[in-house]
Ligand binder design. Sequence first.
Ligand code: HEC
Length: 428
Amino acid sequence: MGFDRSGRQFEPRAPQHHRMLHLPWMGRENAPYLWLIVLLNVGPFVPPVWSAFPDAHDPPSPGWTGTVFKLRQDYPSTRPAVGSMPWKAISFRTQPEAYLRAVLQYGLEGNVAVDWQLEQNTVRKWYHAPWMHSTSGGREFVHGLTKERSSRPRELHPNQPSFFQNWAVGIYNAPGGYVIGRVWKDPMVPNPGAARFPDGTVALKLLFTTATVAEVPYLQNAFTWQAHIHDATGTTRSIQTVRLLQVDVAVRDTRAASTTGWVFGTFVYDGNAPGATPWDRLVPVGAMWGNDPTVTQDAATAPSPLHQTWINPTLGPPQHLGRTGRLNGPVDNPKSSCLSCHSTAQYKAVSAPLPPANASTTEAMRWFRNIRATAPFDPGQVSLGYSLQLSVGIQRFLQANPAALANIPVPSSTRRTTHVSTARREDP
Ligand code: HEC
């Protein structure tokens, strides 16, 4: 069993094969295997390519002529140079807004111009994590979006009567891509111990919503995509318009070593903010580099007792923060925080991403420790370096390939735990 961002379990799927047959919509062109196909006389216009990981949950619908998502999986085989890190000139403690903006700018560079088709970015390389295609909310075929926690009525705006779906795609820069490639070097034997993200690793996540401008007016003139997402029933999918609501960033920064080693931040789209393009109208919500473990109260007070979270005091759209006002995004679970949930990224995923609904303060604070970037959440497990895409990916891989469990290299104490916790962590 695994957990998604809302803390809900996701359902197992039928086993899948070792290496996937890649149809043209899935993979790379110009592969040497083309010759093999010609020899096998499979047909001139169906050049299947073998590559380790599928791109999406479904092939493009018949007649679809738009963009088709390609999982960028040509991970660097040797440790790449980190390159320039503009945020390093800025302190996240004293200038958090400038720091976040420098990271966002770095993430947008070269990606906006090619509509986030990473393989076409000429400025720098970015990569996707594998095994996000399986399960019913797995990657859709247009932009590789995966289903996130839905927004409940009034969560995005006080006058919002409807539930809305949220769908997202996460990417890693080259230092991060190198680590993902090392963990997944053998596509049938992921190696959790290789999840050691170096200083300068950056991950970015674009979150889109089906919310309408009529119900959530600050989404006016938002950046939109077409995406192949769930219909109201949640069982079938169709092409629908989604609007960019939130952009998450995560930076591995040695200056945060005394807390977690990571700086997490988030932006929300504000259609009333100044700026020529929708990207310019993304407004920082806040940043966090630690969980403030000594702040045990659960209700936020003014002034904020937090020292390891910064919240933008001039924010326009209504915000939903986490426990005691720690940083969380508009689509996130209010009992959590960015670093709280991400600190549970480990193999095996013994603890749920959220504290139990009825947890005592002492129990709940287990989710608000400052866990070092290489330390696991539970003793005896292997840290996945705050990467929940690695965590979710490995869990989904094992659902589809249960026999692979025995091959995964782990410390001997871990091997004895044969299944992950099955407790449900529903929202209130
Ligand atoms: C309740 C759990 C939860 C909370 C809270 C949460 N996330 Fe995540 N996040 C996830 C999961 C699960 C994934 C992996 C699956 C996916 O990408 O949808 C993820 C993926 C990411 C990624 C892509 C890199 C990775 O770890 O795989 C980034 C960046 C990210 N989140 C940033 C944030 C930020 C910033 C916040 C706070 C504003 C936040 N997250 C809050 C669960 C959470």
